[in-house]
Design a protein around this ligand. Structure first.
Ligand code: COS
Length: 380
């Protein structure tokens, strides 16, 4: 893996870093407190090219590759982890359409996602009873004349109430992972609606809702890929999405690291800054080491993806390690803050809550370990 950044990668990273520092970080607490979705800033992120970093230029994207996308998500997460997940999922949706869509589908949706005409894209796979096991989904799509009729309920959908297009998986036949197809459903389609916004512990400025389909008719042209072959599309998209979540976790961890370093230098006890004490230094050193390792695994998975090489288990390792390392970093950082870490006045309180879900969504870390173990045992 080449760790020398290209000029383009550096420009994208620095631009995302500046935007996060100036536009997101100062507002992140207010959005967290009232659980509001930062529409203006999300639109600005699209204007900066952050909603299609790895989407071809011909479709309005930046075509800058998975490493640039990973670094940009990390930088955005340092300012606002909620904006980072909105960005990660929207990029994933843009990429999945660019990869599997017909020319017509690509032209219809990708430029709207990358330009910000659509505030976001949504990935509708999970259901109340089908999270780790999406092959047990109950949502159906039945062919009636030249339309598909979708019925069912998706859950935990990031940006569900704001997305312009939803990638929706539904059963069209078969059992388990066989007989699942994928559809592109535009916001406002009759029969599709969103439910009550989840009141979450963290990432409160990202929108998470159920998405309901009641006899929702879509044209044949809404099918993404082939009938009954949609499960693999979901898995491939999630492989990339997991690099996004690893990148997000890394960004939250880095923000916590920075908070811990500056607090340790300022906070005086026993007549000296607490950074002078070895007990604190060891925590800071552990934070740094874990984050460097997380960054290496994450960029390696992104690099493999960019080279067109298999990266599924590397993405799972990156997501598992980065989310758990960032969790430990946030925990250490909060401990260094003492009582002040426990109140909202200090950003570490938010980072500690925001980081928790990175071990859960886009596949729990138990599922990631299953993917890694299968790779080892089956020699894939
Ligand atoms: N890339 C391409 N294809 C893949 C794949 C991948 N990474 N992973 C699996 N597939 C394919 C398999 O090759 C198989 O294809 P065939 O039917 O042609 O043989 C098919 O998908 C089914 O795979 P498998 O038998 O491994 O499916 P399982 O039901 O055992 O599930 C896991 C595999 C557990 C890995 C999967 O269900 C998973 O990732 N669960 C977590 C879901 C998740 O991340 N949800 C997050 C929320 S998204 S809103």
């Amino acid at each position: 893996m080449n760790l020398n950044l290209t000029q383009e990668q550096r420009l994208i990273r620095d631009m995302a870093r500046d935007f996060a520092k100036n536009e997101l970080a100062p507002r992140a607490l207010a959005w967290d407190l009232d659980a509001s979705f930062p529409e203006d800033q999300i639109r600005q992120m699209a204007e900066l090219g952050l909603m299609g970093v790895n989407v071809p230029e011909s479709l309005g994207g930046a075509e800058a590759g998975p490493e640039a996308l990973s670094m940009a998500i990390t930088e955005i997460a340092k300012g606002c982890a909620s904006c980072a997940v909105t960005m990660s999922v929207t990029n994933m949706v843009g990429e999945v359409i660019a990869k599997f869509g017909t020319d017509e589908q690509k032209r219809a949706y990708c430029p709207k996602i990358t330009s910000g005409e659509y505030l976001a894209g949504a990935f509708c796979l999970s259901e109340a009873g089908a999270g780790s096991d999406p092959g047990s989904m109950k949502t159906t799509a039945v062919k009636r004349g030249d339309r598909w009729i979708l019925s069912g309920e998706k859950m935990w959908i990031t940006s569900g109430a704001y997305a312009g297009v939803h990638v929706v998986w539904a059963r069209t036949g078969g059992k388990g992972t066989k007989g699942i197809s994928c559809f592109l459903v535009e916001a406002g389609t009759e029969g599709m609606s969103t439910g009550k916004k989840e009141d979450k512990m963290g990432l409160r400025a990202s929108n998470t809702v159920p998405v309901l389909f009641e006899d929702c008719a879509v044209p044949e042209s809404a099918l993404l890929g082939e009938v009954d072959k949609g499960f693999a599309i979901a898995m491939m998209a999630l492989d990339g999405g997991r690099i996004g979540i690893a990148s997000q976790a890394l960004g939250i961890g880095l923000a916590a690291r920075d908070e811990a370093v500056s607090y340790a230098k300022e906070r005086v006890q026993f007549k000296r800054p607490i950074a002078d004490f070895q007990g604190i230094q060891w925590m800071l050193a552990d934070n740094e080491t874990e984050l460097c390792a997380a960054r290496a695994l994450t960029l390696r998975a992104a690099w493999l993806k960019g080279k067109g090489r298999p990266f599924s288990y590397e993405a799972s390792m990156a997501k598992t390690f980065a989310s758990e390392a960032a969790g430990r970093v946030c925990d250490n950082a909060l401990q260094i803050h003492g009582g002040y870490g426990y109140v909202k006045e200090y950003p570490i309180e938010r980072h500690y809550r925001d980081v928790r879900v990175t071990r859960i969504y886009e596949g729990t870390n138990q599922i990631q370990r299953l993917v890694i173990a299968r790779h080892l045992l089956e020699g894939l």
